[in-house]
Design a protein around this ligand. Structure first.
Ligand SMILES: [Fe+2]
Ligand SMILES: [Fe+2]
Length: 221
C-alpha cells in the first residue's frame, strides 16, 4: 500500500516536474477563505469594478500566455544545451501561472484578449530569435521580459492595495506570488550573463518597449 502510494507520487512528479509541484503547493488558496463564494476574485459590485477587474485578469492571462510562448521558443533552440533544464524550470513555473489565470478567467467569466493568436506567434518568435543570439541573448530576453512583468504586477498590487486590500486579498496573494517568481526569473537571467550579450541595453529596451505595447493592447482588446 505504502509502496503503491510512493510509486504514484513518483510517477506524478516525473510528469509535472518538481518546479510545478512546488508552485502548486505555493499558490493554493488560503484555507480561511474557503467559505467564500469565490476562490480569487470577488463578484464585481458595479460596472466600474467589473471593468477594472476584467482588465487586470485579461492582461495578466495574456502576459503569462506570452511568457509561455517565449520559453517555448527558447527551448526550441536551446532545449538540448546546458541551459535547457534551467529554461525548462522557468517555463514550468510559467505553465502554473498560466493555468491559474486560465482558471480565474473561467471562474470570473472574463474573455481572454482577442490578441492571443498574435501573442502565440510573437512570443515564440521573440524567444527563438533571442536564443539564436546564444545563451546570453536568451537570458537578456528573460531579464527584459521578467523585469517588465514584475513591474507590471507591482503596479497592479499598488492599485489594488489603494483600492481595497481586504476585498482583493486572494487576488493580491496570487499576483504577489507570481511577481516573486518573475523577479527570480529576472535574477536568474542576470546570473547567467545576460548583460554580456552584444547590444544588451538596446536589446533590453527594444523588448521592453514591445512588452509595454503588449500590455497596453491586451488590457483593451
Ligand atoms: Fe509568469
Ligand atoms: Fe517569469
Amino acid at each position: 500500500m505504502h509502496r503503491a502510494a510512493h510509486t504514484a507520487v513518483y510517477s506524478c512528479s516525473k510528469i509535472v516536474g518538481p518546479a510545478m509541484i512546488r508552485q502548486c503547493l505555493k499558490c493554493r488558496v488560503p484555507q480561511q477563505l474557503s467559505s467564500r463564494a469565490y476562490s480569487v476574485v470577488p463578484t464585481p459590485r458595479d460596472s466600474e469594478e467589473k471593468e477594472m477587474l476584467h482588465r487586470i485578469l485579461r492582461v495578466d492571462h495574456a502576459g503569462e500566455y506570452g511568457a509561455n510562448r517565449i520559453y517555448a521558443g527558447q527551448m526550441a533552440v536551446l532545449g538540448r544545451s546546458s541551459l535547457g533544464p534551467l529554461i525548462q524550470e522557468m517555463w514550468d513555473q510559467e505553465k502554473v501561472h498560466l493555468a491559474k489565470f486560465t482558471e480565474i478567467l473561467a471562474e470570473s467569466r472574463v474573455r481572454p484578449t482577442a490578441l492571443l493568436p498574435f501573442w502565440n506567434i510573437a512570443g515564440f518568435v521573440l524567444g527563438a530569435s533571442s536564443a539564436l543570439l546564444g545563451k546570453e541573448g536568451a537570458m537578456a530576453c528573460t531579464v527584459a521580459v521578467e523585469e517588465s512583468i514584475s513591474e507590471h504586477y507591482n503596479s497592479q498590487i499598488r492599485a489594488l492595495m489603494e483600492e481595497d486590500p481586504d476585498r482583493y486579498t486572494e487576488l493580491l496573494q496570487v499576483i504577489k506570488e507570481f511577481r516573486d517568481d518573475e523577479i527570480e526569473h529576472h535574477d536568474t537571467g542576470l546570473e547567467h550573463d545576460a548583460e554580456s550579450v552584444p547590444g544588451y541595453w538596446i536589446l533590453k529596451n527594444a523588448i521592453q518597449l514591445g512588452c509595454k505595447a503588449a500590455i497596453y493592447a491586451s488590457q483593451r482588446i
